[in-house]
Design a protein around this ligand. Structure first.
Ligand SMILES: Cc1cc2nc3c(=O)[nH]c(=O)nc-3n(C[C@H](O)[C@H](O)[C@H](O)COP(=O)(O)OP(=O)(O)OC[C@H]3O[C@@H](n4cnc5c(N)ncnc54)[C@H](O)[C@@H]3O)c2cc1C
Length: 458
């Protein structure tokens, strides 16, 4: 067994992992392909480069990403500490001076005697299987993992378990869906029920509640208004390297809508097989929502992968009857994103089930976002440390915490797995029902923080 731990990728997750491992007194070999080779989005020589927005999102306790940062501060995250030190004014958000942030992380990592940085691309002359043969490896090469390494990861995980782009539909919390408008039901089920002459209304309701989908019916006027807003809504400007990946895959809903006013009604919004229980007739169009986590607290809008700007998603999709007060836990995205099917491949310590010497960390595991990537680097490294030291106990976090809930989400079986950011919908609900959202989030956040011991050894 090697007397060090290997980390591949010196981005957000890899840098956090390197720090935690070195701090525990263990040697680290950190492979980073820059500056020899750059991904299409990276451009400077430092570790922990921030490729897009300079915001680490909200700092508020009542915001899911704010809570995650608070948890990471308790756990002595180097990257959140440096983000705090390099913050620029941004209201309630934690935004950083990206140059100073990356420079400070790089200086700190370079000055740790236990860390050796090797500027090589894994997959070219040095191969993953050789690194994993005699030691512990953390793969943290991010959403733009180089092609050579992607191939080696594909060999490791199996062809169908590595995805190259992310076409995710928005997700809303179930409690924010107006169930006076929505109805439960799977396509054709109501018709089947009629055929089978289930006349008893109570039985029918019961049967419909066992259905998998929540359906939002629209009449002609509502549909046409929605369609008109959708085709005129503002979209995100794509990077050149993302265009090919996206359009070969599934089509954004706004692009499909632009093909004609009825295209969606023959596609994802087709109403066949449904009867609106309020009218007794087939609706003009139906938006379907599918359960997105095991607890059934969050639902995704089926077929709504989109490039609309986030604000536009909220504005336009809230016009769908039943979603007028929808609480968007995650907005739809379509971009280049290399990620593995963690729900099958990893446990909740980000450990690869087929080979316990391998961990994955960062966006490649299906967590989404800067802070989320740092959080998975934290969990993976704490567990790599335990494995290195021969400690059998796993370093896991309660599912009531955001860091634990994310780890649980990516490692829980889910056929429609899509990358996930921190959001309150992935936490188990409170025992009491609290209508006021801010108060509810405050209680959820307090409950999470209470799960951490008071005096963590830093
Ligand atoms: C274009 C784009 C924009 C994004 N914008 C945002 C945003 O605004 N806000 C947000 O929260 N999240 C954003 N994300 C998502 C994500 O949070 C970031 O990509 C984040 O940097 C992921 O952290 P990571 O550590 O997993 O990967 P990265 O930070 O990308 O680090 C991976 C590192 O691995 C290196 N590497 C890759 N292949 C190899 C190899 N074969 N050998 C050695 N080294 C290798 C890379 O050079 C890189 O330094 C964006 C993603 C993309 C692609």
């Amino acid at each position: 067994m090697n007397n060090y731990i290997t980390i591949i990728g010196g981005g957000l997750a890899g840098s956090e992992a390197a720090y935690q491992i070195a701090k525990a007194g263990i040697k680290v070999k950190l492979y980073e392909m820059k500056p020899k080779k750059f991904s299409p989005a990276h451009s400077n020589n430092n570790l922990a480069e921030i490729v897009c927005s300079n915001s680490f999102k909200s700092n508020l306790h009542t915001n899911a990403c704010g809570l995650l940062k608070e948890e990471l501060r308790i756990l002595d995250s180097l990257l959140i500490k440096i983000a705090d030190q390099t913050a620029v004014p941004a209201g309630q958000a934690l935004a950083v001076d990206r140059e100073i942030f990356a420079q400070n992380v790089t200086n700190q990592i370079k000055n740790m005697p236990n860390i050796e940085i090797i500027n090589e691309e894994i997959g070219e002359n040095i191969h993953l299987k050789d690194l994993a043969q005699n030691g512990i490896v953390i793969i943290a090469t991010g959403p733009l993992t180089s092609d050579a390494l992607s191939k080696e990861i594909q060999e490791l995980t199996g062809n169908t378990d590595l995805h190259f782009y992310d076409a995710a539909a928005p997700i809303v919390s179930k409690e924010s869906i107006d169930m006076n408008i929505a109805f439960w039901g799977d396509r054709y089920d109501q018709e089947r029920a009629k055929d089978e002459e289930i006349e008893n209304w109570k039985n029918r309701i019961k049967q419909m509640k066992q259905a998998n989908y929540i359906n939002l019916p629209m009449n002609k006027e509502e549909y046409e208004k929605f369609w008109n807003e959708l085709v005129h809504a503002e979209v995100v400007e794509l990077h050149n390297f993302e265009k090919r990946e996206i359009f070969e895959g599934c089509m954004p809903i706004e692009v499909m809508a632009k093909r004609g006013i009825d295209t969606l009604r023959f596609g994802p919004l087709k109403p066949v097989g449904f009867t609106d229980p309020r009218t007794g007739f087939r609706p003009y169009a139906v938006v379907q929502l599918r359960q997105d986590n095991t607890e059934g607290t969050i639902y995704n809008l089926v077929g709504f992968q989109t490039n609309l700007k986030f604000g536009e998603q909220k504005r336009v999709f809230s016009q769908i009857p039943g979603l007028q007060n929808a609480d968007f836990q995650k907005y739809g995205v379509m971009h280049r994103n290399t990620y593995i099917n963690s729900t099958k491949l990893l446990d909740n310590t980000y450990n690869f089930k087929k080979n316990n010497n391998i961990f994955f960390a960062g966006q490649i595991t299906g967590v989404e976002g800067y802070v989320e990537s740092i959080s998975s680097g934290m969990v993976a490294s704490l567990n790599a440390i335990n494995r290195f030291k021969g400690v059998n106990e796993k370093a896991t976090f309660s599912e009531l915490t955001m860091i634990g809930a994310l780890a649980k989400y990516i490692s829980t079986e889910n056929e429609k797995f899509q990358p996930m950011n921190a959001n309150f919908g992935i936490l188990p609900p409170l025992d009491e029902k609290i209508r006021d959202k801010k108060l509810r989030y405050e209680k959820l956040a307090d409950r999470a923080i209470a799960k951490f011991p008071k005096n963590i050894d830093k």
